[in-house]
Design a protein around this ligand. Structure first.
Ligand SMILES: C[S@@+](CC[C@H](N)C(=O)[O-])C[C@H]1O[C@@H](n2cnc3c(N)ncnc32)[C@H](O)[C@@H]1O
Length: 275
């Protein structure tokens, strides 16, 4: 098993447990992605890196019984979570598959649209994944995907890394290592999209406010969702762990409101097509 796959398998149960929470704070990202994708009845849509699957399932609802969603993730555990969610929703037009987005394994020009929420920046080779996406899309087919903006616009996910670096527990991140904020540079996104053969992309900012009851809930949710956070915390002594936690709490103090903790975030939705 690759390191990346092992990391994602380890948090698949956390993503399933926190599915409603994540969708609750981020449904607008998924809704806007599916609106941009504009699924039509009878079409075939491929979702890459589906996690528990909600974005693709919203698209599936627009495809009708003659259409088909191929809901995929490279983690078998995530695909299992998506299968259980599709059953709960009673969707009859969804096929589930284990697929690495960097080697999709479908024929050329075989799908009408592709959707991928928060996936490409996590893959070792996003250019290859985008090239594969272009290959399986039919001419005229659309691609809609989401990525996170740069780390400073996303303190919900970057505070712990800043804290660990400031405290000297880790060095600066490897440039271009897979991670949530790796495609925060919009020029790079345009270059990757064009490099894979796609038409010029439309990029739309979508704010995401992460709302928690308090810091304790923030910490628990973050640990459920982030394998790299858990890997980092496992390297720390008990004293370092406590220091890191305290530093993050201090960093996030400006976001305490009367209702709890509301930490800003910024996603970018990207729409393009194959000519
Ligand atoms: C941040 S989660 C997003 C899940 C879901 N799309 C959502 O928006 O809630 C990232 C997902 O990407 C998947 N993933 C990471 N690398 C992948 C790859 N190379 N191919 C396919 N899926 C991948 C992980 O297993 C995980 O489910």
């Amino acid at each position: 098993m690759s390191d990346q796959l092992g990391l994602w398998e380890s948090v698949a149960s956390g993503w399933e447990r926190r599915r409603a929470f994540v969708w609750g704070v981020s449904h607008e990202v998924g809704e806007r992605l599916v609106d941009a994708l504009d699924p039509q009845p009878g079409e075939t849509i491929l979702e890459l890196a589906c996690g528990p699957g909600d974005t693709g399932f919203m698209a599936a609802a627009r495809l009708g019984p003659a259409g088909r969603l191929i809901s995929t993730d490279f983690s078998a555990e995530m695909v299992g979570a998506a299968e259980r969610r599709a059953l709960e929703l009673g969707l009859g037009n969804v096929e589930h598959r284990i697929v690495d987005a960097q080697a999709i394994g479908l024929p050329d020009s075989s799908v009408d649209r592709v959707v991928c929420r928060w996936g490409y920046m996590l893959m070792p080779d996003p250019a290859r994944a985008l090239g594969e996406t272009w290959r399986v899309l039919r001419p005229g087919g659309r691609l809609a995907f989401s990525i996170w903006a740069e780390a400073r616009a996303n303190p919900w996910g970057s505070a712990i890394w800043r804290a660990a670096i400031e405290l000297g527990f880790i060095g600066p991140p490897e440039p271009d290592a897979p991670g949530p904020f790796r495609l925060g540079d919009v020029d790079r996104v345009h270059a990757l999209v064009a490099g894979a053969g796609f038409e010029p992309a439309e990029v739309t900012d979508v704010p995401v406010a992460w709302r928690y009851a308090d810091f304790t809930e923030y910490w628990a949710v973050s640990r459920d969702l982030s394998s790299s956070l858990n890997a980092l915390l496992q390297q720390l002594t008990a004293q370092e762990f406590a220091q890191a936690q305290e530093r993050v709490e201090t960093m996030l103090a400006p976001y305490v409101t009367a209702a709890g903790l509301e930490i800003p975030g910024l996603t970018r939705n990207v729409l393009t097509h194959k000519s």
